[in-house]
Design a protein around this ligand. Structure first.
Ligand SMILES: NC(=O)c1ccc[n+]([C@@H]2O[C@H](COP(=O)([O-])OP(=O)(O)OC[C@H]3O[C@@H](n4cnc5c(N)ncnc54)[C@H](OP(=O)(O)O)[C@@H]3O)[C@@H](O)[C@H]2O)c1
Length: 271
């Protein structure tokens, strides 16, 4: 899908490195197809030494020959960075932004030229290829360009195309979600420790229970309530544990956590 395409990664920080690592290790791209930029020379040297990709601290140099421009800088400096490339890009190029809270309208306004744009929201499990990236496209973007974005982010996990109106909710659930699950994993592991398990054993058991449960939901397409019912023998152990979860208000707490994170995403976006 991306054969021969040249990709410029503007702001090759944590997310940029995750993408470069997986794009190369999965064979999605060859190193010759990548050009990265950063603020500091030391960061560029790191990319050249580790991956053998081209790099520069001059953003305009990276975008001139690129088919796809991936904006990975912090949203606060987006206007300055977009201004630094604006004169060097043309309407044939696709611009993809992963900048949290930076809308398609803001992106199009900053670019001035009516370019095809895609907004992407990846999450941290992308680091191990188990991420989820939600994509939303602007009105100048065609089907092939959406497929390019799916192929790019397919290297770091799953992708889903949604309307941009869902992005605050996506941020609260898909981007913040891993942090919520880590708290659940940590707490359940403490439960194992309380019952006498060594901490490493306890953590390994919880991690595998979460992986298994997540795959059951994703792969059987059964409602989580039905899967839960299958574990819950009448008058057995699980129902007693579930009773404690309900007593602690776990559902309301989880719903409020996602709702609050989504609300904050909206506020940050407006700022
Ligand atoms: N991390 C996540 O889990 C995650 C998830 C979803 C979305 N995002 C979004 O992804 C973006 C990047 O996040 P991150 O965690 O990768 O941030 P990061 O590690 O701080 O990376 C930002 C990069 O931008 C570079 N930079 C700064 N000024 C620049 C300029 N004028 N021109 C070119 N490059 C410049 C920095 O260069 P130096 O290294 O030389 O300072 C750095 O490498 C953010 O917009 C964030 O909202 C992140």
């Amino acid at each position: 899908m991306l054969k021969g395409k040249k990709i410029a990664i503007i702001g090759a920080g944590k997310m940029g490195e995750t993408l470069v690592t997986r794009l190369l290790s999965t064979g999605t791209l060859k190193k010759e197809q990548l050009y990265v930029t950063a603020k500091h020379d030391s960061r560029i040297s790191h990319f050249k030494e580790k991956f053998g990709v081209k790099g520069s601290t001059v953003n305009a140099d990276a975008v001139r020959d690129a088919d796809i421009i991936l904006l990975c800088v912090k949203p606060q400096i987006a206007p300055k960075v977009i201004a630094s490339i604006r004169e060097s890009i043309n309407a044939e190029q696709l611009v993809i932004s992963i900048m949290a809270g930076f809308t398609i309208a803001q992106l199009q306004k900053a670019l001035v030229l009516p370019l095809p744009v895609i907004r992407a929201m990846p999450n941290t499990p992308c680091e191990i290829g188990a991420g989820m990236t939600v994509l939303a496209s602007g009105n100048k973007t065609n089907g092939d360009q959406i497929r390019f974005a799916e192929a790019l982010f397919g290297a770091v996990g799953k992708t889903m195309v949604l309307d941009e109106k869902y992005f605050d909710a996506v941020t609260g659930l898909s981007a913040s979600g891993p942090a919520f699950i880590y708290v659940v994993i940590e707490a359940l592991a403490e439960g194992g420790v309380k019952c006498g398990l060594p901490r490493d054993v306890s953590t390994a058991l919880v991690a595998q229970a979460c992986l298994g449960a997540a795959r059951m939901v994703a792969e059987t397409n059964q409602h989580p309530a039905i899967l839960k019912d299958h574990v819950t023998t009448p008058a057995g152990c699980t129902i007693d544990g579930l009773l404690k979860l309900e007593e602690g208000g776990i559902r309301v707490t989880m719903i409020k956590a996602v709702d609050e994170a989504a609300r904050k995403a909206k506020v940050l976006g407006a700022e």
